[in-house]
Design a protein around this ligand. Sequence first.
Ligand SMILES: *Cc1c(COP(=O)(O)O)cnc(C)c1O
Length: 468
Amino acid sequence: MDWSEFEDWGKKIAEWAAEYHQSLRDRPVRPDVAPGTTFAALPACPPETGEAMTDIMTDFHQIVMPGITHWQHPRFFAYFPANAAPPSMLAEFLVTVIAPQCMLWQTSPSATEMEERICDWMRQSIGLPDGFTGAIQDSASSATLAAVLVMRERALNWQGKERGLFGAAPLRIYSSAEVHTSIDRAVWFSGIGQDNLVRIPTTGPTRGMDPAALEAAIVSDKAAGLVPAGIIGCTGGTSNGACDDLNALADIAERHDLYLHIDAAWAGSAMICPEFRTLWAGAERADSIVFNPHKWLGAQFDCSIQFLRNPDSLIKTLAIRPEFLLTHNRDGVTNFSEWSIPLGRRFRALKLWFLLRSYGLEGLRTRLRNHVRWSHALCERLRAESDFEITSEPILSLFTFRYTGATDADAANQRLVDAINEDGRIYLTQTLFEGQKVIRFQAGQFDCTEEDINMAFEVITQIARDMP
Ligand SMILES: *Cc1c(COP(=O)(O)O)cnc(C)c1O
């Protein structure tokens, strides 16, 4: 492809992108394709000779697009959002064009220094005190794995990397059952093992860990010769938004010298609004906090910030410095590959810079506040219907509910979710709450309006009542 052809296609794709986004409401959120359709539509062997871009694009529209779930659809109420605000898309296009690999300061000084500056902007935006520094990781899963590796190394006196875990007493990590599965995987891959992830019972309206039970578990583990290594708290659990009492966790972490990591992958974005910060009071006492601007805030996936009270322990755990990676004559620079598990790093700060400048914090706050308000309003409308019940109260823009108008409620609620998603006007997912099948609702898509939420009410109630 020559550069004039590139320019041509670049313009065409930008035109298509604007049209696509403006016509999203007319498409079903989730595609109606049978498994294997896309695979079968693709030739079994790669082409030996080059093909025209027109043909490639035709196939993109005919083969790829019918099998896409439209995450940017304003009526995407499933999982959590993965927003991509237009300025962040443009920034990603620029990054794709420059295609820098930003593992070290010298492999793109402006990428490193922008990452430092933007992480500090985000720190201020979510109300964390001075002294927290941040790095942009690919995902919350990576950040949590990095935090658990730090817990492991601290608890093993920084010997784990050399000696492995052989012969060491079992390390123990504490969390509630409300945390995301990325915590389980971090515990598997760090060699600590699922059996040493201690699930603390939850209590109270936000289903946080019971602090007394947490402390009792730590004390009894110590007495049994096990080695407590860290606590993982959550603000905004994935299933129904559970929030731990972070001050209580921090008190216990301090008393027992444990590393405290907080997973706020989804809810962290809401902390740009001061009124929501009560949900994570005490976060400033954590050692490590992860939140994903690629969820609610509007930065294109992937973009997950890990904030650290003191990055030295992370760097001590992850850094490796062979001669070929050294930068000579540049004292005091940050080499972000020492802060993350992969060596290679994308230039992720640019899209946050574009996003924050383009909307301003006030513009982003307005969007998030609307989502929370509209979601609460939908919750009240469903509560008022005699054949629906609210199973967990809204935490930010997330709540769960259940249809009670049919016998065998678990099966009926799953059938309802499936029927709603096949209808396609909205997209929702189910979860378990206290052993019952319930339906999750979260609002957070960037272009979502109050009318979209009203349509959710119509679709949910209509389809439930029409079910055989
Ligand atoms: C989405 C989510 C994660 C996982 O995030 P990734 O960036 O996809 O790894 C972890 N924890 C919580 C609470 C989440 O909502």
